[in-house]
Design a protein around this ligand. Structure first.
Ligand code: ADP
Ligand code: MG
Length: 253
């Protein structure tokens, strides 16, 4: 089976604070993985390293067989130039807690933007694919709405469509429903569930245990910069082996 993400002994520090202390993780193509752990355990940092929004201090990460952020030459690794990093990042879509849509552009324009300006697609092509994606996230009717006219759940669905517009092979979600009112969480999770069913490879940082149980192939528990425990959601949530996992789950379940 081909790995979509292969992380080996990944280390990352901010000053004296070692935030990732040797993360090993392999995610297969089509696999959906949930990443859980207490605040400050390094989940967001790890996702940002996969996308090379952060450089790493040790180890290496590959996405779809390509070394992230570096190129190997004569046994040495060299950091890629910003333009090369940007090209590699197109394969990876990321959705954050906050939607970060352009406020003065419609939902449709938000989704069309990157394919036109980053990939140089034609306006017409970008527009028709954007409409298809808005339909896929249940927002075909709201294509002309501005972010301020949409609910948080609708904005987050636009943000997902916007990430999909670049035709990524991998989607990273960083607590995509944490900023939403409880009644809006379900509509976003439903979109993610459909994406998973369509075969997208996904790493999802979430505290939505119900979603992780139902949709994810694997659950990973991180604490203090290391992976403490992982397994099927049934195993990890039903019968956690480590004291730290048990303590965390007793708070969120
Ligand atoms: P999580 O997403 O699991 O809550 P983070 O990856 O955001 O954890 O943070 C892990 C640790 O790294 C925390 O101690 C946090 O304060 C620190 N950290 C995160 N980003 C930065 C940064 N840009 N500069 C300095 N420290 C950071
Ligand atoms: Mg975080």
């Amino acid at each position: 089976m081909t790995a979509m993400v292969e992380a080996r002994r990944v280390r990352k520090s901010y000053g004296d604070n070692e935030v990732l202390k040797g993360i090993d993780l392999s995610v297969a193509a089509g696999e959906v993985v949930s990443l859980l752990g207490p605040s400050g355990s390094g989940k967001s940092t790890f996702l940002r390293c996969i996308n090379h929004l952060e450089s790493i201090d040790g180890g290496e990460i590959s996405v779809n067989g390509q070394l992230v952020g570096y190129r190997r030459h004569g046994g040495k690794k060299y950091e890629l130039r910003p333009r090369e990093v940007a090209a590699a990042r197109r394969d990876v879509g990321m959705v954050f807690q906050r939607f970060n849509l352009f406020p003065h552009r419609t939902a449709l324009e938000n989704v069309m933007e990157a394919p036109i300006y980053v990939k140089g697609e034609s306006r017409e092509g970008a527009r028709s694919y954007a409409l298809e994606l808005l339909d896929r996230v249940g927002l075909a009717e709201r294509a002309a709405a501005y972010p301020g006219e949409l609910s948080g759940g609708q904005q987050q669905r636009v943000a997902i469509a916007r990430a999909l517009a670049m035709k990524p092979r991998l989607m990273l979600f960083d607590e995509p429903t944490s900023a939403l009112d409880p009644e809006l969480v379900g509509e976003v999770l439903d979109v993610m569930k459909n994406l998973a069913a369509d075969g997208m490879t996904m790493i999802v940082v979430t505290h939505e245990i119900g979603f992780a149980r139902e949709v994810c192939d694997r659950a990973i528990f991180m604490d203090d910069g290391v992976i403490v425990e992982q397994g099927s959601p049934g195993e990890v949530f039903g019968n956690p082996q480590h004291r730290r996992t048990q303590a965390f789950l007793s708070k969120v379940l």
